[in-house]
Design a protein around this ligand. Structure first.
Ligand code: GAR
Length: 195
């Protein structure tokens, strides 16, 4: 599920194509934004795309349509990739333990919007990205994998975001492959690699 550029979605699609996520198939690229650049990139690659706008509906009405489409498409795993909406308990219940997200900070530091700017403004010396299970909390679900990058004094939000994004494109496919292979166990907040 994407809302924008879709570079993480493309990284996942590349990984599937190159069989780095064995047995996986990108069944659907869904966006809440009809203008999302990633939709075009997905369609160009022959991936099935679907736009479900929220319009003036409630969050739950919007999510009911999305969940119905996911069930119809027999989706097993939902990967949020720059999907910029909070999911309600309704959605999370429907796909509990089967929704992943990538976030551009070392969670639990800097959840929410503009994580890279938050890291810079806070004066962090290291930042990175996190792949985690999605639960009802904001970017607070159990952590599956993280990568770290340095924050340089001369960094701007753009340069730091680029450095983190490079790592996102490596980390997300690896984390999805681990989950797809079932090589994990969740113990409370901890996700253990059971390989
Ligand atoms: C990525 O940096 C992703 O981590 C971030 O949005 C960007 C989407 O880029 N997600 C969030 O901030 C979610 N809280 P992309 O559309 O090119 O994958």
């Amino acid at each position: 599920m994407i809302s924008g550029r879709g570079s993480n979605m493309i990284a996942l699609a590349d990984a599937v194509e190159q069989e780095r996520i064995p047995g996986a198939e990108i069944a659907l690229v869904m966006s809440d934004q009809p203008g999302a650049a990633g939709l075009l990139r997905a369609a160009e690659r022959g991936l099935k795309v679907l736009v479900i706008e929220r319009g003036d509906r409630t969050r739950e009405e919007h999510e009911q349509e999305i969940v119905a489409a996911l069930v119809e498409g027999q989706i097993d795993l939902v990967c949020l990739a720059g999907y910029m909406r909070l999911l309600s308990g309704y959605f999370i219940d429907a796909y509990r333990g089967r929704i992943l997200n990538i976030h551009p900070s070392l969670l639990p530091a800097f959840p929410g919007l503009a994580a890279q700017r938050q890291a810079l403004e806070h004066g962090a010396k290291w930042s990175g990205c996190t792949v985690h299970f999605v639960d009802e909390t904001l970017d607070g679900g159990p952590i599956i994998a993280q990568s770290i990058v340095p924050v340089w004094e001369e960094d701007t939000e753009e340069t730091l975001s680029e450095r983190i994004l490079e790592q996102e494109h490596l980390l997300y496919p690896k984390a999805v492959a681990q989950i797809v292979r079932g090589e994990y166990e969740v113990l409370g907040r901890r996700v253990l690699n059971s390989q």
